[in-house]
Design a protein around this ligand. Structure first.
Ligand code: ADP
Ligand code: GLC
Length: 487
């Protein structure tokens, strides 16, 4: 198949609007498809904090065809690594400081905000006279696109195939039944075999049902979400659509995350010479007020502080770990205020050995990846996870729970063959977590040769974008071939 026109619709895209890995993956995918010669356009809402100095308004105000009538919004245009990025400006919904909410609370009208965005994304194509071959929607925020492409009269756009990617199964996007008239979808969709669930509309359900192809961000997660334990109530539907569902592992942006040329870290280094990593450790210790000890095992965490990430269990055992083991601990994160408070209390009790920064800090994230010896990710579930991959490329061995993408990307240390790229445990309980950190610690202090061999091996792992982009291209071809053929 020749060059395709691909619209990537997402609530986040780096560097413009980022809460988590979704932003990184959408931007990287756009770039990598562009490199392969495809015509890509990313579209996202123009949230108030986005810097407009490098963006330009596009033409006259644009009509958005809502179910209740028309609205006018403005389309803006920018570029990221040569890829066209379009933005929907609409004060009522996006003129706020948050992406999904503020102070840990989601906005109550998120369903309105993102269904408006989805319809505006469709209308922007006609408005700019750019008709995509494939519309690729990410998570529930743009999950109405596959539904609208099938159930609304969109004329030129109805030929576009749709792909829906699940980055996180836990967020479905519930809306009241009025959503259908709000967005102009037929009332027949308020049905258990369509979008109805528990008396409301489940946007994710609609996306899974209507997309020509469904992907998620790792192979293991693609299997997990078909089970009751991880399917969040949609496992039956995903099993029904299993033939059209695949897992495509996320990739790493080597221009941003490479210890060889990362400008944000204390010194550059590579698997051939890890001397720079020692400097990065010293720089991190100094910046975070940890005692400068080049030999102590330094464990890092960078994370949204939400239930998914399992960090409450880390909090529970942190004093035991600090009392029993020769370690330092550094955490960068934000989210649940209770968890934030608990980590801060630990930091004040163990000054010089625990450092906590609450907030979002890109430079510090790079410094932690570079300066820590191990990276902790005890997730309850993890669709893919990017930080464990960044860590490995920086020679920072991940300690992870074997779930989702963590399973697929981290090879457990094998003491007999002295091989592996990290430390994996399975049960998320205090004992398993404690023992695994203790294991990493003993490997670091007592089998340093193994630890170093693992670092070098991990740093050479291939998480490059071409593999990911080619897998998505196959998914697009599949979607085009099967467009409109499934029930
Ligand atoms: P998720 O998307 O579930 O949050 P990922 O591991 O896929 O998890 O991606 C998280 C991304 O967000 C990474 O790029 C990580 O570095 C970044 N990140 C998370 N929290 C912070 C923070 N507090 N400061 C800076 N970057 C952060
Ligand atoms: C979600 C998942 C994370 C994944 C990211 C990008 O936020 O929680 O595991 O890496 O999306 O796909």
């Amino acid at each position: 198949m020749g060059a395709m026109k691909i619209l990537l619709a997402s609530a986040e895209a780096a560097p413009f609007a980022k809460v988590g890995g979704l932003a990184d993956v959408v931007s990287l995918l756009g770039r990598s498809l562009g490199v392969l010669g495809h015509e890509v356009r990313i579209i996202l809402p123009l949230y108030a904090p986005i810097d407009r100095s490098n963006l330009t308004p596009y033409g006259q105000p644009m009509i958005v065809n809502m179910g209740y009538g028309v609205e006018f919004c403005r389309l803006w245009r920018g570029k990221n690594f040569g890829i066209e990025v379009f933005f929907i400006e609409f004060e009522k919904y996006f003129g706020r400081c948050g992406i999904y909410g503020e102070s840990g609370e989601g906005y109550r009208d998120n369903w309105e905000r993102f269904s408006f965005f989805s319809r505006a994304a469709i209308d922007s194509c006609d408005f700019t006279n750019w008709i995509p071959d494939v519309v690729h929607a990410h998570d529930w925020h743009s999950g109405l696109l596959p539904v609208m492409l099938r159930e609304q009269r969109l004329y030129r756009l109805n030929g576009a195939a749709s792909v829906f990617t699940i980055h996180n199964m836990a967020h479905h996007g519930y809306a009241p039944p009025e959503l259908l008239s709000f967005i102009g979808l037929p009332q027949k969709l308020f049905h258990p075999f369509a979008m109805e669930a528990f008396g409301a509309i489940n946007i994710m359900k609609g996306a899974i049902l209507y997309a020509d192809k469904i992907t998620t961000v790792s192979r293991t997660y693609a299997d997990e979400i078909k089970t009751r334990a991880h399917g969040c109530g949609l496992d039956g539907l995903l099993t029904y659509r299993a033939a059209d569902l695949i897992g495509i592992c996320n990739a790493v942006d080597g221009d941003i995350w490479s210890p060889k040329n990362d400008p944000m870290i204390g010194a550059n280094f590579s698997h051939k010479n890890l001397a720079g990593k020692k400097k990065c450790k010293a720089a991190l210790q100094e910046k975070m007020g940890l005692s400068t000890d080049g030999d102590i095992l330094l464990i890092g965490v960078i994370s949204r502080l939400v239930e998914q990430k399992g960090l409450d269990v880390v909090c529970d055992i942190l004093p035991n770990l600090l009392n029993d083991l020769r370690i330092q601990f550094v955490l960068l994160g934000a989210g649940d205020p209770i968890l934030e408070g608990r980590f801060m209390a630990h930091a004040s009790n163990y000054a010089g050995r625990i450092a906590v920064k609450i907030g979002y800090d890109d430079t510090l994230a790079h410094m932690i990846e570079a300066g820590a010896d191990c990276f902790l990710m005890p997730s309850r579930y993890e669709p893919c996870g990017l930080n464990q991959m960044y860590s490995m490329l920086y020679g920072t061995l991940p300690i992870v729970r074997g779930t989702g993408g963590l399973c697929d990307s981290v090879e457990n240390y094998d003491e007999h063959t002295s091989s592996g790229s990290g430390f994996v445990f399975h049960q998320l309980d205090r004992e398993a977590l404690y023992n695994t950190i203790r294991w990493a610690c003993s490997t670091y202090y007592e089998r340093r040769q193994d630890f170093m061999a693992m670092q070098k091996y991990a740093m050479q792992k291939d998480f490059s974008m071409d593999k990911m982009a080619n897998a998505y291209l196959k998914a697009y071809e599949y979607a085009i071939d099967s467009h409109g053929k499934h029930a």
